[in-house]
Design a protein. Sequence first.
Length: 598
Amino acid sequence: MPRSPSIALALAILGGVLTATVATAQPRTPPRFRPFNGVSADQFYQSSVARWADQLAHDLGVVKAELGASRLPPPTRGALIGHTDRTAAAAVGLATAARQSPDRGRMYAAFAGVEAAFGELNTLAVRTGNLGPAYARVVYDFQQLSVTITDGDKNPDRARRSVIRLAEGLDEQSDVLRSLADEKLGPRFTRELDQEIQQFARKAQKLHRDLNAKGDLALAGQALPSLGQTWGQVVTLIDRVPNVPPGVRGQAARVDALYRRLAERIAVVVPPPAPMPGVVVLPPPPMFRFSPSKAAVVAVAAGDGGGPRVEVYHDLRTRIPAFDFFAYDGGFRGGVRVSVADVDGDGVPDIITAPGKGMPPLIRVFSGQDLSLLAEFYGADPQWQGGVHIAASDLTADGRALIAVAPDVGGGPQVRIFDLVQGREVTSFFAFPQQLRGGARLAWADVNADGQPDLVVAPGPCDHGPLVRVYNIADKKILTEFLAFAPTWKGGVWLASDRGIHILCGADAGGPPEVRVFKPTVQPQPAADWVAFPPLYRGGVRVAYADIDGDGLWDFICAPGGGLRDCPIRVFSGKDAREILSLPAFPGFEGGAFVGGR
């Protein structure tokens, strides 16, 4: 499993020599994407705070629904629901304050309300007993929020409190991990793994108590190497377990995320120790990004008319999303377009989102490991509110994170490509005659096997045939082109690619729900052709690729446009195009869905 070191910290054990075993070859450190292209550092901070406040409110809603169906005594159930409502309202208030102004004083005041409400809720929850994984996610959200809101704050008291919360979070979340592993792994939950998780929890608990009692942040620096060694053992042991359920891997990812945040925060608030004669200072063991999934990752988002809700599946066959979040303000109803790619090079597929009609073209990148906001930027003129389409690439081995952006219907077929590592737009061109107003649909592929990503482009609905073009982005030359459907079809084409071996094309709204697969050779011919939804359906077919059944072949994922109740996601085998899975993405909703996979 890919692992990457995080920030290297040079922290000595006072009065002795720190020794550590470090692997000889480590993957590169994932880059930190700086704000760019119209997004200031203040705006990114505001978005990060609002993102975790929104998530807290969302997961509190899940807990409230579970409480309503629980068998708890009515007085206890009612009290918990009341505290849940007050905490959710406070979280919504903080998200609103964060979006409206970069004033930290105002956000801190709003957070104080969240902190007080959550404290009352948590006291009652602890007294009640185990409320299950949903409540553990609420605690995790609050821990991430409480650290995010103090990002960049040099106030020593707030810095100390954020480190204490992270240590407390490691203690609590590792207990949840142990409980889940015991429940879900059964006989695969070995005694050795149990002991390592317990040891990690004890070390985190001791750090939490020591910080509370003494308030000395240097304690965290001293404890981190030993904590990291134990966590590394936990990661190694979990990786040895076959078929770990997504819930267990997801919880391990939360622990890992808190551990990394602790290390990052210590690097900021704890001064490096002064060199001591005769003492060799070594970095602690590398920290690991624990992938929540070893299988395909699929993101599903509501279409036009739906809220900005995104569901992320680590195993689509379970029909249970590993993540469920709002990519933008919950009141937005223009739908969300999604792409999945490892854009920070840590081995974990990330989620990239773009809004539909009704808001500026703010592209966001969420960590596939813990859903923290990695980057955001404007993919087009901020005045444009007609919606944009995206495709993200992780096809290169040099760590370049490329995201292509093009307008939706009403805009010209201009494609812009952004390099997240460089933090800038690297190229822009018109893929079709610029007077067309169908926008463009996008995918990435390496069709000539040169190790560099090529851009696949098709027109949206406009006065142009269904011509698919593959561009070499270095010189903007067309490598190959072909008609996805009959030349008379002008309703637009949806695209996906399995890294260049095939290009998947779905007809847009107005025509039969037809899907075709092409091999992008000099003279491409359809390798497969079928109808993804009932033949009379005319809402269009959005497409993606991922190996859903684990047979080593990329399967075809099809999502409907508007007009089908529950927005069924259908998966067809990459071997013979037979249907292997159907999933209602958004029960009761008929506005369609967007899908991305890897």
